[in-house]
Design a protein around this ligand. Structure first.
Ligand code: PLP
Length: 395
């Protein structure tokens, strides 16, 4: 029998992928299943981006590149940070990786020692805690509820910080809630962080462009530039440009930290795929109308699904600021039914009875809720919601 490491036994496979797989299994068995579990846009990658990759192949850009990304992609990222975020970086402050996932993985490995604490507000993107564990750090989960729109307060952050806190992670707008922090909220959080100079900050801006709230996008550096030297900004092309399969993410931050992350990447994957880097450059430097088109569509679907879900007895769904997820509470239904006692069992019920796959909130550290992705057509969404309604009404 193979003896596995303690490390791998401490982590679990991504639960969002598990739901997608379970839905695929049922579908393969002939069941009519609507999948609302996926974490990716349903649109094709825009044409000019695909063409840039084809051109790259034809021009022979099919060899190793610099570990940290091609100089021209890094230049496009520097320009993007300047134009979109008013942030200035030099080339040695940028690292391009194989998706946003690898950016955070590199960060955890470069920053954490055994036992170092990382504050992660829940609900969280499923991978943060496990990546922290793989790096032998300790995830410190700070819970939120629908009453605070699933956002942590400055007071909560303050009481979670200890001598061992090494990193605070903020993801806005959030996967899985779709909710973004306001400038005022970010400022209050920044004021706490200013009192704790040893705590680093990771701002995961992956959904920056998929937003429609009035205030628009802001990260913590926009409201508190003093934190620049200890903040790492994580972003990528996966969601905004419908490029999840291309695997390009990037980070901007302190040169010393970025250099350490680059060293780790140089001994694991080396550079991200050369062709995908050319595509990402076309995405960042090209016309942004393709993004606006997708966002307009997401907004329509968001408005539909929020009001349709709220018409189901026992479901409470708040308006999101962006992303392509909603995170309704099903706690009232769970409390009132003898058929299931938690959100995982409720999600199973929906899969079996309604043929709709959603991800239970406990996968994101927030039991009682569920994540629905609306990265699918309006017709399918309408069908999904009426199936959920029927299944709930038949309880
Ligand atoms: N950060 C957040 C909040 C995400 O939701 C995701 C993807 O689900 C990522 C990072 C990583 O994206 P990728 O590795 O596909 O670029």
């Amino acid at each position: 029998d193979v003896q596995l490491s303690d490390r791998v036994q401490q982590i679990k496979p991504s639960p969002t992928l598990a739901v997608t797989n379970r839905a695929a299994e049922l579908r393969a068995a002939g069941k009519d299943i609507i999948g609302l579990g996926a974490g990716e846009p349903d649109f094709d990658t825009p044409e000019h981006i695909k063409q840039a990759a084809i051109d790259a192949i034809n021009k022979g850009h099919t060899k190793y590149t610099a570990v940290d990304g091609t100089p021209s992609l890094k230049k496009a990222i520097i320009e993007k940070f300047k134009n979109d975020n008013k942030l200035t970086y030099e080339a040695n402050q940028i690292l391009v990786s194989c998706g946003g996932k690898q950016s955070f993985f590199n960060l955890a490995l470069a920053l954490l020692n055994k036992g170092d604490e990382v504050i992660i507000p829940a609900p969280y993107w499923v991978s943060y805690p496990d990546m922290v564990r793989m790096a032998e750090g300790e995830p410190v989960i700070v819970e939120t509820t629908i009453d605070s729109r699933f956002k942590i307060t400055a007071e909560q952050l303050k009481s979670a910080i200890t001598d061992k806190t090494r990193l605070f992670v903020i993801n806005s707008p959030s996967n899985p809630t779709g909710v973004a922090y306001t400038k005022a909220e970010l400022k209050a959080i920044a004021d706490v962080l200013l009192q704790h100079p040893d705590v680093m900050i990771a701002t995961d801006d992956m959904y920056e462009h998929i937003m429609w709230n009035e205030e628009g996008f802001n990260n913590i550096l926009n409201v508190c530039p003093e934190l620049y030297d200890r903040t790492i900004v994580l972003n990528g092309v996966s969601k905004a440009y419908s490029m999840t399969g291309w695997r390009i993410g990037y980070a901007g931050g302190p040169a010393k930290l970025i250099g350490a992350m680059k060293k780790i990447q140089s001994q694991s994957t080396s550079n991200p795929t050369s062709i995908a880097q050319f595509a990402a450059e076309a995405a960042l430097a090209g016309d942004q109308e393709c993004v606006s088109q997708m966002v307009r569509e997401f907004k329509k679907r968001h408005d539909f699904i929020v009001s349709a879900l709220n018409e189901i007895d026992g479901i409470e769904c708040i308006q999101g600021d962006g992303t392509f997820y909603v995170f309704p509470s099903a706690q009232a239904i769970i409390n009132n039914s003898s058929k299931f006692s938690n959100d995982v069992e409720f999600a199973e019920y929906l899969l079996n009875e309604a043929g709709v796959a959603v991800v239970p909130g406990s996968a994101f550290g927030s039991p009682g809720n569920m994540r629905l992705s609306f990265a699918t057509s309006m017709d399918i969404l309408q069908d999904a919601v009426s199936r959920i309604k029927k299944a709930v009404e038949s309880l």
